[in-house]
Design a protein around this ligand. Sequence first.
Ligand code: Z5A
Length: 223
Amino acid sequence: MPALPSSSTQTASNKGRFISFEGTEGVGKTTAIDNLCNQLQTAGIDHIRTREPGGSPFAECLRTILLDPMTNINDDTELLLLFAARCDHIEQVIMPALARGTWVICDRFVDSTMAYQGYGRTYGEPLVLSKIEQLTEQFIPYLPDLTLWLDLPVLEGMARAGKRSTADRFEQQATEFFTRVHEGFTALAAAHPERIYRIEATGSSEKVGARVWQAVENKFDMA
Ligand code: Z5A
């Protein structure tokens, strides 16, 4: 069972809230984040939206390398580049925003590493899961306050995403890869029910947006 650290890694406790969105390819994270940011704006809540890999200038450079289909690197190199990008993103963007009381809405975070590198790449190999846990413990000062896992059948997500013309290095993976990634998210949600909420991602984007908003209202005092 995957166990991201909880004792040495603290959740952000100041006024700014940290929300991450997760899921397999094409589940509708970008669309759901658009909706949530509109609702936060209407509610007068100061927020930023960001993403991983990326989010800071240096991390965006690493994103370009990581997503480039011509990049030929092994699994450990990929894992370390993701954490290098994340360290910079946290220091440059996430931590300053939370410190000034701004909410951070992040498209993917450390759960994606568990699901994609831990399960997608290596079938949940315990040694790899343990490496990810250790890197998280060493380098990640905050886990999100709330992680919204948009759960959609893998093929449905791929069909939504497949309407695009080009595929990046991850999107080129076979269906079996995304099935393992989905198993990873399922296991993570079971292991961390206090943080990871499953959002049913079928139905219209309006319906998904309403489910997301309800989860946010349930989790935080919005007054
Ligand atoms: N990755 C990793 O391996 N390890 C890590 O640690 C991290 C990332 C952080 C880039 O992520 C890749 O990095 C990712 C994992 C890897 N690769 N994959 N796969 P990304 O988040 O940038 O890429 P993505 O997951 O492929 O996101 P996406 O394709 O942009 O999908 P999305 O944001 O979840 O969905 P969307 O763009 O909102 O919607 C997709 C389409 O469906 C679009 O045409 C929408 O209009 C449509 N849509 C949205 N909602 C609906 C509903 N409700 N009904 C019907 N149609 C909808």
